[in-house]
Write a new protein. Structure first.
Length: 374
């Protein structure tokens, strides 16, 4: 078995019982869950049946994978076609969206060129996003004019309710500003938040559009970016406590079993680097959110719609960086708690702890450092 096949096998085996996350879209699990449901199959994500049961991963490229791309890429969208959608442990075939010759490989994986262009368009749309958060993925594909059955986007009702409450509290001042003459009450604010979070153009948002001074496509692009910032702000608001726990526990994990002095020294160095890198990532992401808060305060406090409008229309790069940072930190916090549940001993074998720390460093952009160290 080749090294690439071994990695795919291990990745799929680990995803056997995993739901979709910010870094994984597990269509295989969704296909099994909704097998025989006509509403699910009515508007599939892909034309090809085998792609509709794929696993899509936001993958941090390893050093040896960088040469597969003509342009510099740090994170790529990986498409994995399982041999058996009900048993991911059997492995599968894979490609990276955008790698050299990927369209030919996609046609080969699908088994046909019929509908290839549409499926490639979907993959490219997914590749444009910094993460696979179901909310943003759903909104982005709808913005592209793609109608997909809601069951493809596993957003829990609880998360939806919590996000709506958070967004309502965030933009209440703006709604009062835009609808001041209409005496908008709490109940109407809730309805306006629902309209804002919907992908459909809603006439109830017309005063908001006029306040932001946006027209046509600029309005649609601006609203989408705004929803993205609100979404990530909500995600990060719930993530901070978990990250604090990771930082506190990072130094407390005790190595058990056989030890090697050189490995142990490397682990201690990685702990320190990882702590610094993670804190640096937090500062970077907080910087993006502070910039958003500053222009939003100008809008609601000074009535400066121009600054907020310009921020939304000029923020794609920042939006992508914010999403990548949020996805990385979510991956670290989620995996850490999965491996070290609360109330369980903070212990790990030397090799396992080394692999975990190395993966986290790689996620935070330490490939160059690691290659130089090697």
């Amino acid at each position: 078995m080749s090294k690439q096949s071994e990695r795919i096998f291990r990745s799929l085996r680990g995803l056997e019982k995993t739901a979709s996350t910010s870094r994984v879209l597990n269509l295989a699990a969704i296909a099994v869950k909704y097998a025989g449901d006509p509403e699910h199959s009515k508007d599939p994500l892909f034309n090809a049946n085998n792609l509709s049961a794929a696993v899509i991963v936001k993958h941090r490229l390893r050093v040896q994978e960088l040469d597969d791309f003509d342009d510099p890429v740090r994170t790529a969208t990986k498409l994995i076609i399982p041999f058996d959608r009900a048993n991911l442990a059997l492995g599968g075939r894979a490609l990276f969206v955008g790698e050299r010759g990927w369209m030919e490989r996609l046609a080969d994986l699908r088994g046909s060129v019929d509908g290839l262009t549409r499926d490639a368009d979907v993959l490219q749309a997914i590749d444009e996003l910094p993460s696979l958060d179901p909310f943003l993925l759903r909104e982005h594909l709808k913005r592209r004019g793609l109608t997909i059955s809601p069951s493809h986007f596993e957003i829990s009702q609880g998360d939806s309710d919590r996000m709506q409450k958070f967004v309502g509290s965030e933009i209440a001042r703006l709604i009062q500003l835009a609808y001041n003459d209409e005496g908008v009450g709490a109940g109407n604010i809730t309805k306006l938040v629902e309209a804002l979070l919907s992908s459909k153009t809603d006439e109830r948002l017309e005063p908001l559009r006029l306040t932001l001074r946006l027209e046509g496509e600029a309005y649609r692009e601006g609203i989408f970016s705004w929803k993205g910032f609100l979404y990530y702000k909500w995600v990060l608001n719930t993530l901070w406590p978990n990250l604090k726990e990771v930082l506190a526990e990072l130094a407390k994990v005790r190595v058990i079993g056989p030890r090697d002095q050189q490995f142990m020294s490397a682990i201690e160095e990685m702990r320190a680097r990882l702590r610094d890198s993670l804190q640096g990532q937090v500062r970077t992401v907080m910087g993006y959110l502070k910039r958003y808060d500053a222009v939003f305060d100008k809008l609601t406090g000074e009535g400066n719609a121009t600054a907020f409008r310009d921020f939304l229309l000029e923020s794609p790069d920042m939006f992508m960086a914010l999403g990548e940072g949020a996805g990385t930190m979510s991956h670290i916090a989620t995996f850490w708690r999965y491996r070290f549940p609360k109330g369980k001993p903070l212990t790990a074998g030397m090799g396992e702890l080394f692999d975990i720390l190395q993966d986290f460093e790689s996620s935070l952009g330490a490939e160059a450092h690691l290659s130089q160290a090697a």
